[in-house]
Design a protein around this ligand. Structure first.
Ligand code: HEC
Length: 141
């Protein structure tokens, strides 16, 4: 007579791994579009000379909110996000934001204030070059 086999624990293990996976996925979804950008992993490319100057200016003027490597902070979004691809936020947006401020509309960080001492346009152009090089290295074009 065939011996009745003990049930294998495998389905339960597979089941709990799946549940865990779904939970992680859902919590990811819940945080994206809010402030999750602060934890983003950014690939750093070899920067052009112009972008290197842009990086210095970005760190002086923008990184307090937009983060080192534009990775975002609790006070502002990462620019390494498809929302800020050139087709959606043209370079012009980067010239206007520091002078006019930005009313919060994409995230929940609040408004971007008018900067008291915004970089001049030449410096802003370098900042844009820097951000675009970072974006391209991270698949945002
Ligand atoms: C005091 C914090 C702070 C600083 C400093 C700051 N920003 Fe922002 N910025 C924000 C926040 C917050 C938003 C997001 C607004 C929203 O919800 O869309 C933002 C959004 C933007 C946007 C998107 C504009 C749009 O049209 O959606 C651009 C471009 C931008 N910032 C550029 C810059 C640049 C360039 C600098 C530095 C020269 C800078 N910011 C410095 C807080 C800041």
């Amino acid at each position: 007579m065939a011996q009745k086999q003990k049930r294998s624990p495998l389905p339960y293990i597979v089941g709990s791994v799946l549940v865990l996976g779904v939970a992680v996925f859902v919590s990811d979804l819940m945080t994206s579009g809010s402030k999750s950008s602060a934890t983003r992993q950014i690939k750093i490319p070899e920067l052009s000379e112009v972008a290197k100057r842009g990086k210095v200016a970005f760190e002086e003027n923008c990184a307090a909110c937009h983060g080192i490597n534009a990775a975002g902070t609790d006070s502002g979004p990462s620019f390494i996000d498809p929302i800020y691809r050139p087709a959606h936020h043209a370079d012009q947006a980067f010239f206007l934001a520091p002078k006019r401020g930005v009313r919060a509309h994409h995230w929940r960080f609040g408004n971007m204030p008018v900067l008291s001492d915004p970089p001049d346009d030449r410096t802003l152009a370098e900042i844009v070059t820097y951000i675009r090089e970072l974006q391209r290295a991270n698949g945002i074009r």
